[in-house]
Ligand binder design. Structure first.
Ligand SMILES: [Zn+2]
Length: 356
């Protein structure tokens, strides 16, 4: 097994090192350095790269990487190389923002350019220095600000190798959608490197179930790739609970007002179900939010206020949603239920005619 050299930094077999990749200089002359953990087993094997915080405010990714690199599983019987970048978008992370200082989205700038903007250079360093070393990539994300996601994997439709990684990760829901240009997924697709995107939780929040599930998923992918010993047959069963959905849609607010959700993430939703309410803040009306299609609730706004047209519920279309929801509970990552059977939404009753 040979030594590995990245930007002049040498990592020997059996060694773990935090390396720094130089990206550029800010207006205040500060160097922008992207840090990556490179952890090598003593024996040859595949190379997996795990990246967090391509969107700077999606901080679950950094915590998943932190727990992953400290995992006892990597201390022995580990083959190959793990490259783990906790924070790709360093300036956006420092600003607690999804976007770069010039308001661009780093995940639209891949593969990047050495002469481009700071974002273009960040993308270029990742694609030119680290990506060529990899056999597979896991890209860690969360929902946007105030929007929570059920643990889920996104994978490019028809990409069988990536789909196999998704199955190994073992999410309750896998969405097989197209890939937008400029994403790290598109950059991986262009050079034939399998890639999966993990989404869970929301921006600027550390969500323990999402983090634990994410770390467990990456270790499962490493087992699938032969970097770690296979797990016992009983544990393998869990991965089979995954539901693969080809499409999702957002249920939007038909009127503006206070938003009162009644449906928890991971629940089955049937066409015609009442998912929540939009209530007039001045007390006049309460409109039901009704599901227009059948599926699994995989994302939801956590804002208590909605304007007409705002996205409220993200539903992955599934033919047998009840079966899928049952599997989600069995696989242990269902989110706590929200009580919907008593009077915690009093305007549901007519405030003018109810007699107490
Ligand atoms: Zn993201």
């Amino acid at each position: 097994m040979k030594e590995l050299e990245i930007q002049g930094q040498v990592i020997q077999p059996g060694e773990r090192k935090l390396i720094g990749l130089q990206v550029g200089i800010t207006t205040t002359h500060e160097p922008v350095t992207m840090r990556a953990w490179v952890i090598r087993g003593k024996t040859d094997g595949p190379t997996l790269m795990v990246v967090g915080c391509i969107h700077g405010d999606e901080i679950n990714g950094a915590e998943i990487v932190r727990r992953l690199i400290n995992s006892g599983s990597l201390k022995s019987r580990f083959k190959g190389t793990l490259i783990a970048v906790p924070i790709v978008n360093v300036p956006a992370f420092s600003n607690r923002s999804r976007y770069l200082p010039d308001r661009r989205d780093l995940n639209r700038l891949f593969p990047g350019s050495p002469k481009g903007s700071l974002g273009g250079r960040l993308a270029h360093v990742l694609t030119s220095e680290l990506l060529p070393l990899c056999d597979a990539v896991v890209d860690l994300h969360t929902g946007a600000l105030n929007r929570a996601n059920l643990p889920q994997i996104r994978v490019t439709a028809g990409d069988e190798e990536s789909l196999a990684l998704a199955e190994a990760f073992g999410p309750s829901v896998t969405l097989t959608a197209g890939t937008q240009a400029g994403t790290i997924r598109a950059a991986c697709n262009a050079v034939g490197i399998p890639v999966i995107l993990y989404e869970s939780g929301e921006a600027l929040r550390l969500d323990t179930p999402s983090i634990r599930f994410g770390k467990r998923g990456v270790l499962a992918v490493m087992r699938h790739m032969g970097m770690l010993p296979k797990r016992p047959a009983a544990a393998k069963k869990r991965a089979k609970h995954a539901v693969v959905c080809a499409k999702g849609y957002w249920e939007r607010a038909q009127v503006g007002g206070l938003f009162i959700p009644l449906t928890a993430l991971g629940k089955a939703v049937r066409k015609g179900d009442v998912l929540g309410f939009i209530a007039d803040p001045l007390g006049d009306y309460e409109e039901e939010v009704i599901a227009t299609q059948t599926g699994i609730l995989i994302g939801r706004t956590n804002e208590g206020q909605a304007d007409e047209g705002d996205a409220l519920f993200h539903i992955a279309l599934a033919r047998y949603p009840n079966m899928a929801a049952k599997k989600i509970v069995q696989s242990g990552e269902g989110f706590p239920d929200i009580p919907d059977d008593d009077d915690d939404h009093p305007v549901h009753y007519d405030p003018y005619t109810d007699v107490i």
